[in-house]
Design a protein. Structure first.
Length: 63
């Protein structure tokens, strides 16, 4: 997922975790800046109810 896609996410949107394929619902999006690195943390809720935080590069946008 690109930075632009991550910034446009809204609560309730569906995303898929890149490596394991978990489908999650977006809870909120947090902007992060570290010296030269810019990324977005996406806080998601899994189908089992667990809350997880992922960087935008670890997620895929679900249609």
């Amino acid at each position: 997922m690109t930075l632009k896609q991550a910034r446009n996410l809204k609560p309730g949107d569906k995303v898929k975790q890149n490596m394991f394929g978990y489908i999650m619902t977006v809870e909120r999006v947090e902007e992060c800046r570290v010296v030269i690195n810019e990324f977005v943390n996406v806080i998601c809720k899994t189908e089992s109810g667990s809350i997880m935080k992922h960087k935008h590069k670890e997620l895929l946008l679900m249609a």
